[in-house]
Each structure stands twice: as structure tokens, then as C-alpha cells.
Design a protein around this ligand. Structure first.
Ligand SMILES: Nc1ncnc2c1ncn2[C@@H]1O[C@H](COP(=O)(O)OP(=O)(O)OP(=O)(O)O)[C@@H](O)[C@H]1O
Length: 452
């Protein structure tokens, strides 16, 4: 078994000294900007855990000094579905929010959020997203580059505030991400009369009959249910957004439910479909092209992880018990602000939480078997810093953005390789202190996965 730790140089010596106690293997950077083990032989595989894993979730990064926005040096590639390919057209790119012709109230919201100019992806995406007639969009750029802000601004811009009917729907893979997106809608729309509603489990009473909110953010199962029961009238829906779109369209995951929602939306005029994700694997890309036909395609080239700040290490573990001991040892020897420990299975998350709590650590576990209110309260308490350690499964592996997290431990490696770096980087991008740690703990089976 192996334990992998990522850490900022300032404390990496600490990790190395922990490592001296066990067996530490430093790693070299691989083609994707991650550290990979130096030697080819990693030993025999261990058996995968026996129970079903939680839903899969997903990588990347670098950060600016002021905002959490990831600084991009690469160019944006745009494949245009129409005549907007002309660089002389005002639709080509927008260097300022004013150039986009946004309503004053939205500009006020943006400024209040501290946004002074569009990010790289926003520069090219927003003119296309806001142009008329509306055109579908398939956008890909790494985590933290401003995709959420781009689609939220589009939803807000397209709402007719004189109509109290749903006009924009947004789907996300988890209630936690839906709530996070809604917080952006609320902040950006603060100076407008926007009304919003969630389509997440247990949010609306069963007796609710007619949602009049303009923007509805939710998860696909609940959204389907509410539309079917006509609680949500979709006749005026003009924008349909999928965040973490690869996850939302994956046929082995949420794809079927997402398609159900789309099939209930008006055919004519069809809503503008906006798909954003940090990754689009080939199998999903084909479906995405069908799902959002004739879309403008926009891609911010993938950059390497900000390896200057991240040291990745792993520690060999003899067995599960040893792995747990090392985990606990990390908390004894490191000063950690907040951290997230990712496990593949709910029972592992609960078991570690129980053990760590019994040993005096302040931890909480969050996974899909908890009820809705409990999940909300756990993530809220963690965001507020009331809990220091969140032990979780893939339910929050995507898109969740928590400022104070400075260590991510992958206790088990995600089954889907592309998910691993997302876990490590998306969550840690907001660290403003000089102390930045990511940690991963996994088995030798995972070690082989990491190297491949
Ligand atoms: N134009 C901007 N100026 C300053 N900050 C921005 C701008 N756009 C977005 N941000 C901030 O940058 C951070 C990342 O933005 P956002 O969450 O939209 O990225 P993302 O690409 O959607 O990430 P993920 O893929 O993880 O969801 C957020 O804290 C957001 O408030």
C-alpha cells in the first residue's frame, strides 16, 4: 500500500521526515504536470474494496494573487458555429464587461464581487453566449477559470424580470454544487429582482404547486420530477445549462436523467444549451455534440497544474490499518487549516470519521447516504470553518470551492483517473496563505493507476 502526499515546499521537509519513519518515495512530474513515481516497479496490486463506489466525480490549476481566478497564459481556441469568426466583429472578444452591453444592475453585481474584467475564457465565451439569436455553447477550460461566472451571467442576462416564470435551468451533479452555483447567482444578481429556486431533494414541500422563480438550479433527478409534476413550468425556458457537463452527460452516470430534462423543454424556440466542463472525454464529446447541436465550441488549452507550489509525495503503507495510522499522523505533525479526505466508499468515510472523532479530532463525514438537511448543514459548517476536516466521497469531488482548504487527502484513489487531479486542485485553488498542501493516500493498485 502507499500513501501519497502533496505539499508546498515550505513544509515538504516535514513530510519527508514523516516519510523517514515509514517509506517515502518522492515523485517526478509527469506529462500532465503531476508528480509520478520515479521507478517502474511498484509491487503487487491489492484487491479493490468490496462495496459500490459513490458516483464518480473529476483536474487542474494556478491562481492569481487577488482573485481565486486561475491565471491563464494559453490561448482560447474557438470553433464558431456561425459568422462570429470575424476578429473585427464586436462579438469576437470582450476585454471589458461594459463592452458586453450588460445591464447596469448586472455590472454592479460583478463589481461588487470584485470582478474588474472578464477572465480569458469569459473574454471569448461571453460575447458568443450573449449574442442573438442565442447559440448553443460547448465550453471547456480548467477549473477555476471562470466558467461558472460565464454561464451565470448568461442566465441572468437572458431573464425577463417582468415574467414570473422559470426562464433558465441549470443542472449540476450534486446538491452541494447546485447550492454553490446558486450563491454565484445571488451575488451576481444582487442588484436585480431575480428570483431563484432549487430543484434539489427535499427543498420544496411535496405540496408545492407552481414555481415562479426565474432561475432554477438543481440536480437532474429532482428537476425531472418537478417538471413532470408540472411544479416547474418549462414553457418559457430560454437557457439550459449543464455544469460539469461531462459528468452530467455520461451515459454511465447522470446522462439519462439529464436527457430526460432536455426532452421536456420546449422544442420551438429551443432553449440555448450551454455545456461547461473542465474535461470532455471522447465518448461524452460525441454525445455533447448531439445534445447541444450547432454549438460554438470554446476551449481554453489545458495547462499544467501549478506544480511550483505543490509537492506530491506518497508513503508506503503495510495495510489498511497502517494507512489509517499515517493519516492520523499527518494531522499530528502538520498544522492544517482545513482539509478534505476523499474516500471511495461511504462506509470508509464513516468509519474513519468515527475513529478520528473517538481520538479527539474534529471531523465530519459527508456522503450520499446522509439526508439532505444534514448534507447542507455539514457543508455549511465546513465552509464556515466550524469543522476542520471533511471526510467525503465523490459527492463533492467536483467544482466545490472552499477558501480555507489547504490539504486534500485521497485516501482512496478515484476509480476514474481524470477525477483525481480535480479533487486535488479545484478545492485548493483559493488558498491565499503560503501554506498549501495536498495529500493522497492510496493502495498499490492506485499507485499503478497513478503511474499509467
Ligand atoms: N472575471 C473575473 N474576475 C475575477 N474573479 C473571477 C472572475 N470570474 C470568476 N472569478 C472568480 O474566480 C473563481 C473561479 O471562478 P469559477 O468558479 O467561475 O471557475 P470555474 O471555471 O467554474 O471552476 P470549476 O470548473 O471548478 O467550477 C471564483 O472564485 C470566481 O468568483
Amino acid at each position: 500500500m502507499a500513501v501519497l502526499v502533496f505539499g508546498k515546499a515550505s513544509w515538504s521537509s516535514t513530510i519527508y521526515s514523516i516519510a523517514d519513519t515509514f517509506t517515502v518515495n518522492t515523485m517526478e512530474k509527469d506529462a500532465d504536470g503531476f508528480y509520478a513515481p520515479p521507478s517502474a516497479d511498484a509491487g503487487p496490486s491489492t484487491q479493490p474494496p468490496p462495496e459500490e463506489p459513490e458516483a464518480p466525480a473529476n483536474p487542474e490549476e494556478e491562481k492569481t494573487n487577488v482573485s481565486d481566478l486561475i491565471k491563464s497564459t494559453f490561448e482560447v481556441t474557438v470553433t464558431l458555429a456561425d459568422q462570429q469568426a470575424d476578429p473585427n466583429s464586436p462579438l469576437y472578444s470582450a476585454k471589458t464587461f461594459e463592452q458586453l452591453g450588460l445591464h447596469q444592475d448586472l455590472l454592479k453585481g460583478l463589481y461588487a464581487m470584485g470582478f474588474t474584467k472578464p477572465s480569458k475564457i469569459q473574454e471569448r465565451a461571453l460575447p458568443l453566449l450573449l449574442s442573438n439569436p442565442p447559440t448553443n455553447m460547448i465550453g471547456q477550460s480548467q477549473s477555476g477559470t471562470g466558467k461558472t461566472a460565464a454561464f451565470v451571467l448568461t442566465m441572468l442576462s437572458r431573464v425577463d424580470f417582468s415574467k414570473n416564470k422559470p426562464q433558465a435551468l441549470c443542472l449540476a451533479p450534486s446538491r452541494e454544487l447546485a447550492r454553490q452555483i446558486m450563491s454565484v447567482v445571488a451575488a451576481m444578481g444582487k442588484f436585480t429582482s431575480i428570483q431563484t429556486e432549487y430543484a434539489i431533494k427535499d427543498n420544496l414541500p411535496r405540496s408545492a404547486s407552481n414555481v415562479t422563480a426565474h432561475i432554477i438550479v438543481g440536480t437532474p433527478g429532482t428537476m425531472t420530477d418537478l417538471i413532470r409534476r408540472k411544479v416547474i413550468d418549462v414553457s418559457e425556458v430560454k437557457v439550459f445549462v449543464l455544469d460539469e457537463a461531462d459528468n452530467m452527460l455520461d451515459q454511465d452516470g447522470l446522462g439519462e436523467q439529464t436527457l430526460r430534462v432536455k426532452n421536456m423543454l420546449p422544442r420551438s424556440p429551443a432553449p440555448q444549451i450551454i455545456l461547461f466542463s473542465a474535461t470532455f472525454p471522447d465518448n461524452v464529446r460525441t454525445f455533447a455534440n448531439k445534445f447541444a447541436p450547432k454549438a460554438n465550441k470554446i476551449e481554453l488549452q489545458r495547462e499544467e497544474l501549478s506544480v511550483d507550489n505543490i509537492r506530491q509525495l506518497y508513503l508506503d503503507c503495510k495495510d489498511e490499518e497502517h494507512k489509517y495510522d499515517i493519516l492520523v499522523l499527518l494531522y499530528h505533525v502538520l498544522t492544517i487549516g482545513q482539509s478534505i479526505i476523499f474516500c471511495q466508499h461511504r462506509h470508509t468515510a464513516d468509519r474513519i470519521a468515527q475513529r478520528m472523532t473517538a481520538e479527539g479530532h474534529k471531523v465530519a463525514s459527508l456522503h450520499g447516504a446522509k439526508d439532505a438537511q444534514e448534507r447542507d448543514s455539514i457543508i455549511d459548517r465546513f465552509r464556515e470553518g466550524k469543522e476542520k476536516v471533511l471526510i467525503t466521497t465523490n459527492v463533492i469531488a467536483r467544482g466545490i470551492d472552499i477558501m480555507q482548504v489547504n490539504m486534500v487527502v485521497n485516501y482512496d484513489l478515484p476509480l476514474i483517473e481524470r477525477e483525481r487531479p480535480r479533487r486535488c486542485t479545484a478545492r485548493c485553488r483559493n488558498i491565499h496563505s503560503s501554506y498549501w498542501t495536498n495529500g493522497t493516500i492510496w493502495s498499490e493498485r492506485s499507485f499503478h493507476q497513478l503511474r499509467s
